[in-house]
Unconditional design. Structure first.
Ligand code: NAD
Ligand code: TDX
Length: 344
């Protein structure tokens, strides 16, 4: 089987590429990535010389390029991770989210219709369901929860999901969608909460907590997400949506304090900053369908995954220091300092 994995130089895509290349040496894995600010080929050092792996640089929204690629490679399976993925960036500049997340997806779908495919899998997010109130801990997102988005990012992801389902129904394309909760683990770009805390705390820098820090996220280790997608590709039913999550809900403040404690850094580093516009209160996945229909169960809990992740960041300082010393610094200046969220 030939897999076309898009966005495989990003956080989750790269973890998935490494997992697939090692687990299925008989399969061919093509990694297609535009190498935006979030794409980093250093992340793929462990697989770049493997015979069943190939990297191609390109934009999923470039129609001519995508059709040429399909003509040449004729992939059996497409797994679409490629996206603009950061909510704060979507609030600053929504348009690139429409281009990559919506038009990039429809471009891939059109190529799948033209060239035929055994499976198109869309990597989506629990953010398409909007948020849950803090005072209703009994509520969870199921696959039939209505889409009700808050940010330009989640709106672009929900739009893409609707196109994926429409191509399934209208053109008979064999599609599946997974909607996962917040991921953490090795190779996550340090603009996202957990690697941001680790990298800044190790440098004794302030940790910006939006609003009161009581917002809740449902954390899943990236390894468990990769296993879940592999299971959906092999055993999932066409036309179905699968929610992925492991019941690891934590407030942001709990996450920050847990990481600071593990690093032996003081809570005085915590700095409360202006809240994110439209900030979702709580995400919480009901993973019953994955568990009962596919037999998926996460390996990590938050309590085992966080120490593993911290250890990885400690052992791979070069990886994130290269990022922190580059464009990332400008980003922090633009998003936090220039906006008056923090004084530096
Ligand atoms: P990321 O930002 O780390 O990586 C995205 C990758 O896509 C980068 O390598 C980037 O270069 C590439 N890319 C961006 N635009 C592209 C384009 N036009 N053409 C080709 N490549 C392009 O993102 P991530 O956190 O790894 O997320 C991967 C996917 O999983 C996304 O679709 C995201 O919506 C979804 N998701 C993420 C999380 C999370 O917690 N990070 C949770 C659920 C779902
Ligand atoms: O500096 C920060 N301070 C802070 O309090 C940052 C970066 C975040 N936060 C808060 C905002 C959120 O409530 O922490 C929480 C997590 O923030 P992010 O890491 O930006 O993730 P989130 O907005 O929840 O979205 C993530 O999960 C779902 C991914 O970025 C998405 O791609 C995915 O779809």
């Amino acid at each position: 089987m030939k897999f076309l994995v898009t966005g495989g130089a990003g956080f989750i895509g790269a973890n998935f590429v490494e997992y697939m290349v090692n687990k299925y040496p008989e399969d061919e894995i093509i990694n297609l990535d535009a190498l935006t600010y979030a794409g980093n080929l250093e992340t793929l050092k462990n697989v770049e010389d493997k015979p069943n792996y190939k990297f191609i640089k390109g934009d999923i929204a470039d129609r001519e390029f995508i059709f040429d690629l399909f003509e040449k490679e004729k992939p059996d399976v497409v797994v679409n991770f490629a996206a603009e993925s950061h909510v704060d960036r979507s609030i600053e500049d929504p348009e690139i989210f429409v281009k990559t997340n919506v038009m990039g997806t429809t471009t891939l779908l059109d190529a799948c219709v033209k060239y035929g495919i055994k499976r198109y899998h869309q990597v989506s997010t629990d953010e398409v369901y909007g948020d849950l109130p803090l005072d209703r801990p009994d509520l969870f997102f199921t696959e039939s929860t209505p889409l009700h988005t808050s940010s330009p990012y989640s709106s672009s992801k929900a739009s893409a999901d609707l196109f994926v389902m429409a191509y399934g129904r209208t053109y008979g394309l064999p599609v599946t969608i997974s909607r996962c909760s917040n991921n953490y683990g090795p190779y996550q770009f340090p603009e996202k909460l957990i690697p941001l805390i680790i990298s800044r705390a190790l440098n004794d820098e302030t940790i910006p907590v939006y609003g009161t820090g009581e917002n809740v996220r449902d954390w899943l280790h990236v390894y468990d997400h990769c296993v879940a997608i592999d299971m959906i590709l092999r055993q999932g039913k066409e036309g179905e949506v699968y929610n992925i999550g492991g019941h690891n809900e934590r407030t942001n403040l709990e996450v920050v304090k847990t990481v600071l404690r593990a690093l032996n850094k003081p809570e005085s580093l915590i700095t409360y900053v202006t809240d994110r516009k439209g900030h979702d209160m709580r995400y919480a996945i009901d993973p019953t369908k994955m568990e009962t229909e596919l037999g998926w169960k996460p390996v990590y809990t938050f309590d085992t995954g966080i120490p593993q992740t911290i250890e990885w960041y400690l052992n791979n300082k070069d990886w994130w220091e290269n990022i922190v010393s580059g464009e990332y610094q400008n980003y922090f200046q633009k998003m936090y300092v220039d906006k008056g969220r923090v004084e530096e």
